[in-house]
Design a protein around this ligand. Structure first.
Ligand code: GLN
Length: 296
């Protein structure tokens, strides 16, 4: 069903539209686009009306004004074109925070929330832990860690100026005190060392058709990890030992079919594998590494 059909279906005498029927018809239209069509429709209508989703759900019989309805249809057209809901609304919830997201940043994923939990478990009883988020994008990992552990000294870097701007804006609006810098991996950090380096690098293979399909709205440089998807991971593995404090750890997210390769690359470079974990969908997704101590 396209948007014109939606319009025809829900049109009533007097040209007004009940919220419930706008949602129901939009949800039907979104069935092939979204895994959560009704939720998307409710959130888009709430966004168009400038109200919370609960008002849409609680008062389906209310009529939308012509202005709200026009705004809603414009948003729905974007969603039907496959644009992610987070870009249309400009927001994404992540861990215990809500982030502003722009087209300059990857939309934070639920699997990356597990990376934050893993980082928090590693910080554990250590106080004033220095943490670096490499390729921070919206600032999601860095800010979620700082929110949970205000004592941590958190730095967030990204090679993209647009991403650094987005991370800085989120830092200010959340009132969290982290340092955001433009830096191509470790290049802008001098000889600084950190207790914990966390990284969600680009790891999708360049030829993976998903880059031109489901992921086409997101910045390619945040997703494309080169021919085997491991280019950024190799760089980070090569450079991290010079930036890890004694006893420090490197926590990396990777593709669901890359754990064995990442473990091999890390072992070749003298790392010890502390943990290799799955995400909430049960897919292998992270490794925690430490630099192996030289044999005495
Ligand atoms: N998990 C993301 C996806 O496949 C990829 C994120 C990344 O490359 N870091 O949608």
């Amino acid at each position: 069903m396209n948007v014109d059909t939606v319009q025809a279906d829900v049109q009533r005498p007097g040209n007004t539209f009940a919220l419930g029927s706008l949602v129901a018809d939009a949800a039907r239209a979104l069935e092939n686009v979204s895994a959560t069509p009704r939720l998307d429709a409710e959130l888009l209508l709430a966004h168009a009306a400038g109200v919370g989703r609960s008002s849409i759900v609680a008062f389906p019989e209310r009529e939308a004004s012509g202005e709200v309805e026009a705004r809603f249809r414009a948003l729905l057209t974007r969603r039907l074109d496959g644009e992610p809901l987070a870009y249309i609304r400009g927001r994404k919830d992540f861990h215990a925070i809500s982030l502003h997201v722009t087209r300059d940043v990857l939309i934070p994923r639920p699997e990356t929330e597990c990376l934050v939990d893993e980082a928090l478990a590693m910080i554990g009883a250590r106080t004033d832990c220095s943490v670096l988020d490499l390729g921070t994008g919206s600032g999601a990992i860095a800010l979620a860690i700082k929110q949970a552990r205000p004592d941590a000294l958190v730095t967030a870097v990204d090679a993209s100026a647009g991403a650094v701007a987005a991370a800085c804006a989120n830092t200010a609006s959340l009132g969290l005190d982290i340092r955001c810098l433009e830096s191509d991996w470790f290049a802008g950090l001098g000889a600084e060392r950190f207790d914990l380096v966390v990284c969600n690098p680009p790891y999708v293979r360049s030829a993976d058709p998903v880059l031109d399909r489901a992921l086409r709205h997101e910045p390619r440089e945040a997703l494309d990890g080169g021919r085997d998807g491991l280019d950024a991971i190799r760089t980070v593995l090569n450079e991290a030992p010079a930036h890890l404090a004694s006893g420090g750890a490197l926590l990396i997210e990777h593709g669901h079919d890359q754990q064995a390769d990442v473990v091999a690359l890390a072992s070749e470079r003298g790392y010890e594998i502390v943990t290799a974990r799955r995400d909430l969908s049960g897919l292998p997704r992270f490794v925690m590494l430490q630099v192996r101590k030289p044999e005495l």
